[in-house]
Write a protein that binds this ligand. Structure first.
Ligand code: AMP
Length: 200
């Protein structure tokens, strides 16, 4: 039987708009951009030149890849927006931006980040859980950054708020190669969201 294989041509990357303090995380953001360029995968992201976002964009641009930024009008200031992108889409607000990023991408990768990154990650896994898309969602756990979050997700399953099957929507690896390989092989399974006794 043929192995499942997703064609990934455009990947959305969610990550910090700050540099952080861990050089390994900072450098891996650039490396992800580099690796996407090498594999001819286009980047879709928030369009900023700041923090890890800027590093992923630089990594892909400096290596001949293609980057699309999707930025809401109110963030499109000189201090924030990356001026060298191949394509820049301006949206009216954050909601429109996220819809646009989702539409333009066939897969999602989350690197370390803060509130903004978490919000984007959890929205996209929530949409997957509800069957609104079937695209692979990857979490790059650089240097153990996400160990505590992964423990929390395990607690959610143990306490009966998250199904194991739905937890498996989130693909996790500590290096880029392994994560992309899992994402290529991801096969979505339809899983009913709820686990109450009196509901479907
Ligand atoms: P955070 O993890 O809180 O730094 O937020 C990063 C995420 O939120 C990115 O993936 C962006 O989509 C969005 N975001 C936050 N700050 C900015 C910014 N200055 N410019 C563009 N997008 C941003």
């Amino acid at each position: 039987m043929k192995e499942h294989y997703n064609i990934i041509e455009n990947v959305a990357v969610f990550c910090a708009s700050s540099d952080g303090v861990d050089p390994q995380i900072f450098q891996t953001a650039f490396k992800l951009g580099e690796e996407l360029a090498r594999r001819d995968i286009r980047l879709v992201y928030g369009g900023s030149k700041l923090g890890l976002m800027g590093q992923v964009a630089e990594g892909i641009m400096q290596n001949g890849g293609f980057a699309t930024g999707v930025i809401p009008e109110f963030l499109k200031t000189k201090e924030v927006v990356h001026k060298g992108l191949d394509r820049l889409i301006t949206t009216a607000d954050m909601h429109e931006r996220k819809l646009s990023i989702n539409e333009l991408s066939d897969a999602f990768i989350t690197l370390p980040g803060g509130f903004g990154t978490f919000e984007e990650l959890f929205e996209i896994v929530t949409w997957a859980q509800l069957g609104l898309h079937r695209k692979p969602v990857g979490l790059l756990n650089i240097n153990g950054f996400y160990d505590d979050l992964l423990r929390m997700l395990k607690t959610m399953t143990e306490k009966g708020f998250l199904k194991e099957d739905n937890l498996e929507i989130l693909l996790v690896a500590d290096n880029i190669e392994e994560l992309l390989s899992q994402m290529h092989g991801f096969k979505p399974r339809p899983v009913p969201k709820w686990m109450n006794k009196n509901q479907p």
